[in-house]
Design a protein around this ligand. Structure first.
Ligand SMILES: [Zn+2]
Length: 221
């Protein structure tokens, strides 16, 4: 089983690769920045990951996950998201306060406990922040979402919150903006960097920054 350090590198490369397929290489400097280590430390790790067959790595060009690396990254993500769902649904913790615990537990939880959690939750497809949970084979079905900041005027349903610092999630909850909430974009002001929204339980329109809206993923209702 990979160490938690290896798992965090795989997760970082996976998120930096994003939707880009094919032979796109993530600069190792970006990986170092994401994990908060020096470029030298990250480069040493790239060689180790390469030896384990988890990445394709070309010095001075960058790195991408191999099939085995991608599967390992998605299985960490599965543990993270199932743990978050368990902490909220079963242990009744607030959705704003489960991420940090999940960051720790994702590396230590046994397959047996995870399978039991999955069963107790009745095999959830999404975590409390609306992110899809990869299946036990390490496969992830894309959910066809768009970034709210890029959306023009119209009706949408909030599907997922991408970044989840507690204060940001608490603010969203106060607005009543949770996964599953319907919303209307009434105005997108690129000069001011704001988005005006009509929310179901608010009489007055609400303005949020385009920066905040970058973390919100929506689908058409
Ligand atoms: Zn999380």
């Amino acid at each position: 089983m990979p160490t938690s350090t290896v798992e965090n590198y795989l997760k970082a490369i996976w998120s930096l690769q994003g939707q880009r397929e094919g032979d796109y290489l993530v600069p190792v400097g970006q990986v170092a920045e994401k994990i908060a280590v020096t470029p030298g430390t990250a480069t040493t790790m790239m060689n180790q990951l390469l030896k384990k067959g988890l990445v394709a790595y070309t010095p001075r060009k960058g790195v991408r996950l191999s099939e085995a690396g991608r599967k390992a990254a998605l299985l960490v993500l599965r543990r993270h998201r199932l743990v978050e769902a368990f902490l909220v649904e079963v242990m009744k913790l607030d959705w704003a306060e489960v991420h940090e615990d999940a960051e720790v537990l994702e590396h230590v939880i046994s397959d047996r406990l995870l399978a039991r959690m999955d069963e107790m939750l009745n095999h959830p497809t999404h975590d409390p922040h609306g992110a899809p949970i990869p299946n036990a084979e390490g496969e992830l079905t894309p959910d066809g979402t768009a970034v709210l900041a890029d959306c023009s005027a119209g009706d949408y349903t909030l599907q997922r919150v991408q970044e989840h610092p507690p204060s940001f999630l608490q603010w969203l909850a106060e607005l009543g903006l949770m996964p599953g909430t319907g919303l209307t974009v009434t105005h997108r002001n690129l000069e001011a960097g704001t988005l005006t929204l009509k929310l179901p339980n608010r009489a007055d329109p609400v303005q949020i920054s385009l920066l905040a809206a970058r973390s919100l993923l929506v689908v058409l209702p």
